[in-house]
Write a protein that binds this ligand. Structure first.
Ligand SMILES: [Cu+2]
Length: 164
């Protein structure tokens, strides 16, 4: 096999292997902390001014491999977003973010962001209401408590996406 056909053979067999392993369950495998995946869409986060838990959540995402850009939400007002993504108005929001076609509200764990991106569900996004102690970015803010991660549906409903 000469150099060129060998290269082609490798490219072709690599393609087959890639097709075989690129089942959606493997689309976003766990990454070692601190490594970025070129496959992951970047996150753009809107933060309340002077918000420590927001910054800690952004760091949590970065450690999980996401590239994150940030912006301070004007006046800390999330009302336009709440309308757009049908986020229940009674929810306290310290930050929200977009990733791909989805919205993330509150202290959503990075592994669930990966899971959602891998599954591509028909959702507006996922949300952790109420800034629960022990959620990513809320560590050390009192005793860790169990919390629900909610799915935001296009019809305005919310259901439990995961329990933590
Ligand atoms: Cu917070």
């Amino acid at each position: 096999m000469d150099q060129m056909s060998r290269r082609n053979w490798i490219a072709a067999s690599g393609g087959i292997l890639f097709a075989a392993i690129s089942h959606r369950a493997f689309a976003f495998p766990p990454l070692p902390a601190g490594r970025r995946s070129a496959d992951l869409p970047s996150v753009h986060a809107y933060l309340m001014p002077d918000c420590d838990c927001c910054t800690a959540w952004v760091e949590h995402l970065r450690k999980a491999g996401f590239a994150v850009t940030t912006e301070i939400a004007t006046g800390g007002d999330f009302t336009p977003w709440q309308k757009r993504y049908r986020i229940p108005p009674a929810i306290d929001i310290c930050h929200l973010a977009t990733v791909g076609a989805y919205v993330l509200v509150g202290h959503v764990p990075a592994d669930l962001v990966r899971q959602m991106l891998g599954e591509q569900p028909r959702l507006l996004g996922i949300m952790v209401p109420g800034m629960p102690a022990g959620s990513p970015g809320m560590e050390g803010m009192g005793r860790a408590q169990p919390y629900d991660v909610l799915a935001l549906h296009t019809d305005g409903r919310t259901t439990v996406y995961a329990k933590r």
